[in-house]
Design a protein around this ligand. Sequence first.
Ligand code: AMP
Length: 481
Amino acid sequence: MCIVHFKELNLDEKILHAIEQLGYTEPTEVQQKVVPVVLGKQDVLVKSKTGSGKTASFAIPLCQLVDWDENKPQALVLTPTRELAVQVQEDITNIGRYKRIKGLALYGKSPFAKQKFALKQKTHIVVGTPGRVLDHIEKATLDVSKVEYLVIDEADEMLNMGFLKQVESIIKLLPNERTTMLFSATLSDRIKKLSSKYMKDAISIEIDAAEENAPDIEHLKYVVKDDQKLAFLEKLTIEENPDSCIIFCRTKERVDELVDALDKKGYTADKIHGGMMQEDRFEVMDDFRKGDFRYLIATDVAARGIDIEDITHVVHYDVPLERESYVHRTGRTGRAGRSGKSIMLVTPHEDKFVNAIENFIGFEITTGPELSPTAVAKNRAEFDLKMQEHPEAKKSKGDQLNANITKLYFNGGKKKKIRAVDFVGTIAKIEGVSADDIGIITIQDNVSYVEILNGKGSLVLKTMRNTTIKGKLLKVHIAIK
Ligand code: AMP
């Protein structure tokens, strides 16, 4: 069976519309195979790598299946890292936008109380890291009694990071009647055991690496002594002159050192590692996306969940100790059909790690061409010129979707006994506006936020300035965030 159009997957028009706006013209292989199975509520075990479109392969059917009227979460997605949780939640929000699907990300190192408050609102799909999700379930701030769908994303990484116990504790607290989906880049015995323990008659789907849309990435390696890495990196960046580059180091100390050293040399650089507050990590990622700096220095925490289209180079300043990390790091470039370059600096005694990586990826990484001093000197002027330029802002997948959306703020909420239906009832009566133009509605004690879709924000804003809701005239303006 070969499905070539999303239309053949029996999806709601609202979901098809969002998919189209995201620029997905046809389903990827994993989507072709997984979407129908999940829509049929069958358990599924999927071997597939990041970059294959696997997030949408579960996000699309989840958005289709959840019942909008139910207030309690119906689907739970577990991810190994906070960045990935946010990324998946964003994908779900984008895909479910016109169906007004409310997704919420829960993760550590971020205020519990804020998440607790958000969980009191209608939430269809919760995405989170195991520790924080378990914490919320145990404190009864996350009600899982209506959870019908469980996704364990990047299960191999989840086990590598030591989350097995927490994942099992969560599963045991979920209703037995459910559909379970497990995604993993590798199907080790431990993964198979996990799947046979908690899944029923799971259909196994393997997406061959070769069949995936292999991204166009050039892999190179250089042997460099550790104390010469900085000088080498300088030559390399002058030679390559990347538009946008992520440099991976093994530890946060190495990241701190390198970012300071590059700063001193005039590079526009910033960093992200596990020792930073989560909000700071998000801010750095946002700045990187906006083009505030060209070089992002990171530990492996950043290798997951960074879905930015225009990263031209990934440099492994330190060889990754886990062979899988090489694949995840490298996967940050060559996204969305673009080409990319992965360059690894290897110290003279690291052959065994490099061999393990090469065995894992199935080919030998080419030794890079010599960086001759004359060639480097020749490129210096061009490099300096680029240093003065502001990097281009990178595209975000939801840009087109978001361009048509205006979020409105109203100064009234629960305390004024205002409910979502009151907003829908009033706004849908405006001439030229229908209920389909209303997106996610968030009602708090004293304020509410209503998304207006399809470019109708200014019309609604203008009208609502003189229109009452439940007999009350509320102050309305465009929401700041
Ligand atoms: P993932 O494997 O989920 O990390 O997805 C990799 C990238 O592919 C993401 O940027 C997605 O937005 C994008 N993507 C997912 N499905 C499609 C599709 N059907 N067509 C084009 N791009 C897609």
